[in-house]
Ligand binder design. Sequence first.
Ligand SMILES: NC(=O)C1=CN([C@@H]2O[C@H](COP(=O)(O)OP(=O)(O)OC[C@H]3O[C@@H](n4cnc5c(N)ncnc54)[C@H](OP(=O)(O)O)[C@@H]3O)[C@@H](O)[C@H]2O)[C@@H](O)CC1
Ligand SMILES: Nc1ncnc2c1ncn2[C@@H]1O[C@H](COP(=O)(O)OP(=O)(O)O)[C@@H](O)[C@H]1O
Ligand SMILES: [K+]
Length: 503
Amino acid sequence: MKLLSPVQTRALDQATIKAQHITSIDLMERAASAVTNWLLDELRLDYDTEIHVCCGPGNNGGDGLVVARNLHRAGYPVQLWLLPATRHSADCTQQQQQLPAGLAAQQIDPDNLTTIAAGAVVVDALFGTGLSRPLEGTAAALVRHLNGSGATVVAVDIPSGLYADAPQPADCAVVRADYTLSFELPKLAFLLPQNAGFVGDWRLLPIGLDPEVIHNTPVDMHFVTADELRGRLPKRPKFSHKGTFGHALLLAGSKGKIGAAVLATQACLRGGAGLVTTQVPAVGYDILQISAPEAMCLTDSATDCITELPDLAPYAAVGIGPGLGQHHDTRMVLRRLLQTARVPLVLDADALNMLGAYPELQKLVPPGALLTPHPKEFERLVGEPARDDYHRLDQLRDFAGRTGCYCVLKGAYTALAAPDGTLYFNSTGNPGMASGGSGDVLTGLLLALRADKRLSPLDAALLGLHAHGRAGDLALPHTGHAGLLASDIVRFIGPALEELMGE
Ligand SMILES: NC(=O)C1=CN([C@@H]2O[C@H](COP(=O)(O)OP(=O)(O)OC[C@H]3O[C@@H](n4cnc5c(N)ncnc54)[C@H](OP(=O)(O)O)[C@@H]3O)[C@@H](O)[C@H]2O)[C@@H](O)CC1
Ligand SMILES: Nc1ncnc2c1ncn2[C@@H]1O[C@H](COP(=O)(O)OP(=O)(O)O)[C@@H](O)[C@H]1O
Ligand SMILES: [K+]
C-alpha cells in the first residue's frame, strides 16, 4: 500500500470524485457510513452508551456530522458538538444545514466543557489531513479535556492535532485515541513509535477511492501487505536440488553467545537455504552440531571468538554478526570479508557496532549489502542520535542512498530503505517478538533468502521481513506474548514462507 502525503490524498479525493462522477458529499457519506458501521459492528455501541461526536470546521468535521446523523437516525442518543470557527468548508456547512430536527448541534465553550463519563464513546472529528498548525485555544482545551476523560475515543481519519507525515512541536494538544479509523490507505504517522499514544489501534476502512489513481500516484513510501508479497517467493521446481537454493555461510557467536549463532543457523535452515555452513569459535562446536545437525560447522582455531575468515568460494551469500563480539581479531575478519566478498552480505549486531565504531570499515561495505540494525545499532552506525522518528527515517534513507546498501530499522513496522531512497514498512509481527534472539532469527532468514539467486535483493529483504513477523504472529496463539521465544519464531518460518510462495 502506498503512503500518500496530505496533498496527494486531497488529489486522490478529487480524482475519485471525477472518475466516478460523484460529488464530494457522496464521498463524505461513504466515509461516514464506513465509520458508523465500524462503531456499530466492531465497537458494538449500546443504545444506552453516552456518545459525543466532536466536529471541526473542515471536511473531517463534515464526516463527524454525518456519523452523528447516522447514529441519531439509528436510535442512539448522540450529543453533537461543534468547534467555533470563522470559516467552514462547503461540505461541512451543507452537512450542518441537513441535520435532522431532533439532533441539535451545540457550540463548544472552552470555559464550560461538558462532563464526559469514563464509559462514554467520543468520536473525534475535529481535524483531519487539513491540519495546518498546532491546536490552540478552544480546540486545545477540548482535546485536553477529552484526553483526561477516560472515555473511549475513536478518531476519524487521524487523531486531531496529529500531522499525517511530519512531527508536531512538543507539548501540542493531540487527541489520544483508542482507535483511529482511516480511509483506504494508512498514514506515515501511524507507523512511528512516537505517535503510538495518539493513534491507538488503527484500522483502514475502504471507501472506494480510485485504484487507478492510487496506482499512478508516485510515492517513495510503502506499507507492505501480504497481498502485495504473495506469489513473489518462487516455488521450488520439481527437479530442484540443494544447489538450486544456494549455500549460505554464517559467521556468528562468541563465548556466552553461541545461542545467537544457533538461532540464526536454524532460521537460515528454515528459510530454505540449500546448504548452511556456520563458523563459530571452538567453544561453539558441540553446541552447534547438536542443536543444528543439518548445518555444517566450521570451527575457528580460537576458543572464544572468531579470528579466521574461511575461503569464500563455495558460498552464495555470507551473514555476519549475531553474538559475534567485537574482539580486535574478529574485526580483522570483518574487514577482510568486506574487502573480499563478491556475494551478497547480511550484516547484523556486532558487525554493525564495529562499523559504527570504525568509520573506515564502513567505507568498505559493498553496495547491495543488507544491514539489519535496531534503533540503537543504527544510531551507532550513523554516529548521531535522531531528533525524532521522522528524522531517523531521513537518516535511514540517507544512509542507504550514500552507501548503496539496503538498510533495515527493526522494531514494530520495521522499515527498510532501498538505495534509491524508497522506504518500505513491514506489516507483520507483534510485541511478543520483543525479546532476545528475535533479531538473530531475522538475520538467518534473510541470509537464506539472499543466498537464493532467484530473488532480487529487494524481494529477499521484503519477503524475509514479512515472513519473520508472520512467523511470530503464527507462533503467538501457541505461546502468548510473554512466552514467545525466538526459537518459536524459527518453528513457524516454514509456514510463513509457504504463504508467500507462488509460481
Ligand atoms: N481523504 C479522503 O479520502 C476523504 C477525506 N475526507 C475527510 O476530509 C478530511 C480533510 O478535510 P479538510 O481538508 O477539510 O481538512 P480538516 O482537517 O477537516 O480541516 C481543515 C480546516 O481546519 C482549519 N484548521 C487547520 N488546522 C487548524 C488549527 N490548528 N486550528 C484551527 N483551525 C485549523 C483549516 O483552516 P486553514 O488552515 O485554512 O486556516 C480548515 O478550515 C479528511 O481528514 C477526512 O476526514 C472524507 O470526507 C472523504 C474522503
Ligand atoms: N513490538 C514489536 N512488533 C513487531 N516486531 C517486533 C517488535 N519488537 C521487536 N520486533 C522484532 O523482533 C526483532 C528484534 O530484533 P533485535 O532487537 O535485534 O533483537 P535481538 O538482538 O535480541 O535478537 C526485530 O526483527 C523486530 O522487528
Ligand atoms: K480527527
